[in-house]
Structures are given as C-alpha cells and as structure tokens.
Design a protein around this ligand. Structure first.
Ligand code: ADP
Ligand code: ADP
Length: 232
C-alpha cells in the first residue's frame, strides 16, 4: 500500500560530541498514488528524510522500504539501479544537462537504464506539459518554467515508483509555480503517480493531499488535505 515507507528511521551525522541527530526515529508511510508535502523549518530534517527515502543517503538505523525492496539492505550499485528505475527527481535548480535537447533530457533516465521508450507516454507527457514545440531546444533556450516542465517529464518518463521533488518551485515565479504544482497534482490524479515534495511554501503544500511537518528530526504534524492558511 505504500510507495515508500520509513520505519524507526534514525540518521545521525558525525560522531561523539559533534553528532547531529537529523532524524530521531521516524515512522511514516507514503501511500501509492498520493501527493505528499514535507514541510518544516530549515534544519528540521526534510532533505535528510528525502535523501534517505530516495536511497541517496545511508541510514544510521531503521529501514526504508520501497515497494518490496528494503533499501537499507542494498549495496551502492543496487541503489544506483533502483534510483534509475524506480525514482524520479525534480530539483529546485532543474538540473537539466545543458548540452542535450529537451527531448534528450526527458529520455535520459531510459537512456541510462537501457529502458524502452513508450512513445505514447512520451507524447502524452510532452503534450500535457506544453513542450511539444520545445523538444529540440536546449535548456538555455527555455524559460525557468519550461525547464522545470522538462524536468517533470524526465522524472515521469520511466513511470517510477516515486517522484521526489525538492523545492520544485523555489526558482519560479508564481505563474510558473502554479503550472508546475498543477502538473504534479495531475500526475497523481490522472496517472496514479506517487509524489513526495519538500517545500517550505504553504501555498505549494496546499496542492498536496497530505502535509507532514518536521521539527528537530521528528514529525510534529500530519495533515490531510492541507490548506495554505493551515500550513502557514
Ligand atoms: P532541512 O532540509 O529541513 O533544512 P536537513 O535535513 O538538511 O534539514 O538537516 C537536518 C540536520 O542535519 C541539520 O542540523 C543539518 O545541519 C544537519 N546536516 C545535514 N546534512 C549534514 C551533513 N552532511 N553533515 C552534517 N550535518 C548535516
Ligand atoms: P549516475 O552517476 O549514473 O548519474 P547517480 O547514482 O549519481 O547515477 O544518480 C542516479 C539518480 O539520482 C539520478 O537521477 C540523479 O539525478 C539522482 N541524484 C544523484 N545525486 C543526487 C543528489 N545529491 N540529490 C538528489 N538526487 C541525486
């Protein structure tokens, strides 16, 4: 039932007197086909949570389970393969490859993982995201909003288990932000994609089905159907 789940998850950075307790025993499941926002002040553990859920960071103790796979039992090669196949990433700074066209960037996860292109899915995604006439452009010929829509298409192309979005609207104006959030929401509603988004923006969180709030390495609130008023 969960796309990804954290069980008694503890993450410390450093040792002895310099230890930082970034996650202090977190238990949370992220349901399939849901859009969940992770909120909380700077330093509360949001990025650490996302990185451990995505198999980018090791854990101190506890488990991370994605589908039927326990990430904490996997080696680096297995984790790299898992990220390429099962995880999509959307970043604040887009992170497109500048030498490649929009189309090549979108297809990059399949190029790296050696997967087959589902032409119909590619057409559907690029059509919905309004990228049909931008496919031969390179990132520096696209606006910020267009670049982020390319990044979303790239995150979704391989139909991953989970899409992780890290402050996806942090570099966008309010119009482009609304477009990007609306599309993430649509990918959940129409295609059953599971999305986990880190944000400190209450308006962004209001697009999610659920908002989890961190403070000092713990979950301190867990809201269904968050509204901007309640989350700010
Ligand atoms: P947030 O994303 O909510 O700002 P982080 O997960 O980045 O929070 O950080 C949680 C805590 O862990 C903070 O105290 C931060 O300083 C610490 N931390 C994060 N990354 C590292 C690191 N690589 N080394 C040491 N401490 C870290
Ligand atoms: P490769 O070296 O072949 O790019 P990686 O394991 O570095 O493989 O990356 C696999 C996936 O994880 C890629 O989609 C990449 O964008 C993402 N990724 C890599 N590093 C980070 C990071 N620090 N934060 C978030 N995502 C990352």
């Amino acid at each position: 039932k969960f796309a990804v789940e954290a069980i008694d998850l503890v993450k410390d950075y450093g040792k002895g007197e310099n230890v930082v307790h970034a996650l202090r025993g977190v238990n949370v499941g992220f349901e399939r086909g849901k859009f969940t926002a992770i909120m909380g002040p700077s330093g509360s553990g949001k990025s650490t949570m996302m990185h451990t859920l995505a198999g980018l960071d090791s854990v101190t103790s506890g488990r991370v389970v994605m589908g039927w796979q326990d990430l904490t039992k996997m080696n680096d090669n297995q984790l790299t393969m898992l990220r390429r196949k099962e995880v999509g990433f959307v970043f604040q700074s887009f992170n497109l490859l500048p030498m490649f066209t929009a189309e090549q960037n979108i297809l990059m996860p399949l190029t790296l993982a050696g997967g087959k292109v589902d032409k119909k899915w590619f057409d559907t995604l690029t059509e919905i995201l309004g990228l049909t006439n931008r496919l031969k452009h390179r990132p520096n010929e696209l606006s910020g909003g267009q670049q982020q829509r390319v990044a979303i298409a790239r995150a979704l192309i391989a139909k991953p288990q989970v899409v992780f979005a890290d402050e996806p609207t942090g570099n966008l104006d309010s119009v482009s932000s609304a477009e990007v959030l609306g599309f993430l929401q649509r990918s959940v509603r129409e295609f059953g994609q599971s999305v986990v988004m880190v944000t400190h923006d209450a308006v962004a969180a209001s697009y999610a089905d659920r908002a989890i709030v961190f403070a000092d390495g713990r979950i301190v609130a867990d809201e269904q159907h968050p509204t901007a008023e309640r989350m700010s």
